[in-house]
Ligand binder design. Structure first.
Ligand code: G3P
Ligand code: MG
Length: 245
């Protein structure tokens, strides 16, 4: 397999559901459960800074409201991104992508960076996220995997940091997945665990590409997916799924 840089289990959005999503404390929770791989989402703030957040709006996961792409760092970085999960995480902040990289490296965590552009920001998000990733992981033994549902963002990432491995995100694998992967120089694909069957997984592996799935929380199904040839399972329950790997 060419350059698949990830371990078998990745905690979804840093720590799965064990901690508030896309936070630095989530990284600590992953490691506490002996999960040394994570996936997280990177979007640009209103200042053009890459940060960790999933939604295009602040409302669900922070004490703020409104669009992320309209909110400058000065307002965004002071918000509480932990209290929505539970009181024990109150005070947790929205992380800068650069800080998340430093924490991953300090903890020995491999990362799948999902480039999550707000609509209309695909090129900029791909370019900036890849540049920050290249600088943050400079000299690292293991590079991150950049992934996105946006091929526009991935193409911009490829131009900004051609040496960083890339994967295309799908729900179900598209019929022309192989052409898309080749066109982008990607090392693999990431698809919905519920939309993957054994034959599709085998086709990806026969072509020599890496294969990850999201989001599988049942250890028995995870075991089956590994048996299909899946390389990495993204899970909200790293505490359960690491045992199946
Ligand atoms: O990267 C895989 C998975 O995280 C994609 O879905 O919505 O959780 O970012 P979502
Ligand atoms: Mg994601």
């Amino acid at each position: 397999m060419n350059q698949w840089p990830l371990p078998r289990v990745l905690a979804h959005r840093c720590g799965g559901t064990l901690a508030p999503e896309n936070t630095l404390i989530g990284l600590e929770f992953a490691v506490a459960h002996r999960c040394f791989g994570v996936e997280f989402d990177v979007m640009l703030s209103g200042s053009g800074t890459p940060i960790l957040i999933h939604d295009e709006t602040l409302d669900r996961t922070t004490t703020g409201f409104g669009r992320v792409c309209d909110t400058p760092d000065a307002a965004l970085l002071g918000l509480d991104a932990g209290a929505w999960h539970s009181g024990r995480f109150a005070g947790e902040r929205v992380p800068l992508f650069a800080d998340a990289i430093r924490r991953c490296r300090a903890l020995g965590i491999a990362a799948n960076v999902e480039i999550k552009p707000a609509e209309g920001f695909e090129l900029a998000t791909g370019r900036v996220a890849a540049a920050v990733a290249a600088a943050g992981w400079a000299g690292a033994d293991r590079l991150p995997l950049l992934s996105s549902f946006s091929v526009t963002a991935l193409a911009a990432a490829a131009e900004a940091a051609p040496h960083l491995p890339r994967a295309i995100l799908f729900d179900a694998l598209a019929p022309d997945w192989l052409e898309q992967v080749r066109a982008l120089g990607a090392v693999g694909v990431v698809c919905n665990a519920n939309r993957l069957d054994a034959a599709t997984a085998a086709a990806v592996k026969q072509h020599g590409f890496g294969l990850a799935v999201y989001t599988e929380n049942d250890p028995l199904r995870a075991r089956q997916l590994f048996d299909f040839g899946v390389d990495s399972v993204i899970t909200d329950r790293p505490d359960l799924v690491t045992a199946a790997s």
